[in-house]
Unconditional design. Structure first.
Length: 367
């Protein structure tokens, strides 16, 4: 990396149920990033989808007071990505951008939509591309792929919001055929445990389906087990590395949103107490999952180990994992000797590496 500071654009917030988590993660990145290497610019995306920039957007978003911010525009201008703002009804150029760091969790940020926009802008950006993001985001599609690859997953079925709204009785009967209670009900395209419920009986299943349908049009229902929750962090593009495994010990029946970000009752164990054989199997499976969805940059891959049978199941992959101080992704790599600032450096380098690789792609047919 040259001595000239890179212009890095941090993008956070978003139209997602994980908006608040994104803001928390972005604050952590801002506090840890090496400002001798990077000139950091910010765009915050409101819950309504407004793109805003200006003086200290992260503080404005934390306080939900946007009056001093201005509409932001990104444009490929003469082959360079340019950040602009609309101020006093006039378009003002702020700076050119070298690389984007999207710290956007959930829909419209982690699902391939904004990655497609960045691809069209022809800019380097941290994290997975369109395919990896979209496959990783949709729990149903991802489990379909893992099943095809003979990676073990718990029994599941995907339902639609329309099916729940028009005939919830039939939906409940179909869900009950998956496995005996308890059943876990989740929005297929959301993270941070938003909208997730554990249903122990039919009455709770009705409520769980209605709750999940508020957050997504696709809802996944899967067999519930008494499990240990094991997580692996992955870092890299073509030759990714894996971290030591960590374990989440929920303060409640499962690792809920409140448990993660509000109450803080859950405990994490780094490294997880596993046999060497299990560690190697989990790490190998994490790499297989990462590569199979064409992930890049980073991910956290989550697994379940049945406490009774010790069977291992893939749970989900998070292509933009949490970056808060209590988040497992940075904690696992910190245990393995990669500090938070170094982790940010590596992610930015990986983004630039992937952009350089894309630049080798022919955009017109050779005659």
């Amino acid at each position: 990396m040259s001595s000239k500071r890179l212009n890095l654009l941090l993008v956070f917030g978003g139209r997602s149920g994980e908006h608040d988590v994104s803001v928390m993660s972005s604050r952590s990145v801002l506090q840890a990033i090496d400002t001798n290497k990077y000139q950091v610019w910010q765009i915050g995306i409101t819950r309504q989808g407004e793109w805003l920039t200006g003086n200290d957007p992260i503080n404005a978003f934390e306080n939900e007071s946007y009056k001093d911010l201005n509409p932001a525009i990104l444009m490929n201008k003469g082959g360079a990505l340019t950040l602009m703002q609309v101020k006093d009804e006039t378009l003002h150029v702020i700076t050119e951008i070298d690389v984007i760091f999207p710290v956007l969790h959930g829909t419209f940020g982690e699902d391939g939509t904004i990655q497609g926009y960045f691809e069209m802008l022809d800019v380097a950006y941290v994290g997975a591309g369109v395919l990896g993001s979209s496959l990783g985001m949709d729990k149903g599609m991802c489990k379909d792929l893992m099943s095809h690859l003979d990676i073990p997953v718990l029994e599941y079925k995907v339902f639609t919001r329309q099916a729940i709204a028009t005939d919830i009785e039939t939906t409940v009967l179909k869900a009950e055929k998956i496995a005996p209670y308890p059943l876990f009900v989740k929005p297929a395209n959301l993270g941070s445990s938003v909208g997730i419920s554990k249903a122990k009986n039919r009455q709770e299943l009705y409520k769980a389906l209605e709750l999940a349908a508020k957050y997504d049009r696709r809802i996944i229902v899967e067999r519930g087990i008494n499990a240990r929750e094991i997580e692996i962090s992955v870092l890299g593009n073509e030759a990714p590395i894996v971290s030591s495994p960590g374990e989440v010990i929920p303060g409640d029946e499962f690792y809920s949103y409140d448990d993660k970000y509000i109450d803080g009752v859950a405990k994490t164990m780094v490294p997880a107490e596993l046999t060497e054989a299990t560690i190697q199997r989990v790490q190998a499976m994490a790499l297989q999952v990462y590569k199979s969805v064409d992930c890049a940059g980073m991910a956290r891959v989550d697994f379940l180990i049945d406490k009774e049978t010790e069977e291992l199941f893939f749970s989900e992959i998070n292509t933009i994992p949490g970056f808060t101080p209590i988040s497992m992704f940075p904690k696992l790599f910190a245990h393995d000797g990669i500090s938070y600032p170094e982790l940010i450096d590596r992610l930015i380098d990986l983004a630039l590496e992937r952009k350089a690789d894309r630049d080798h792609t022919l955009r017109s047919a050779e005659i």
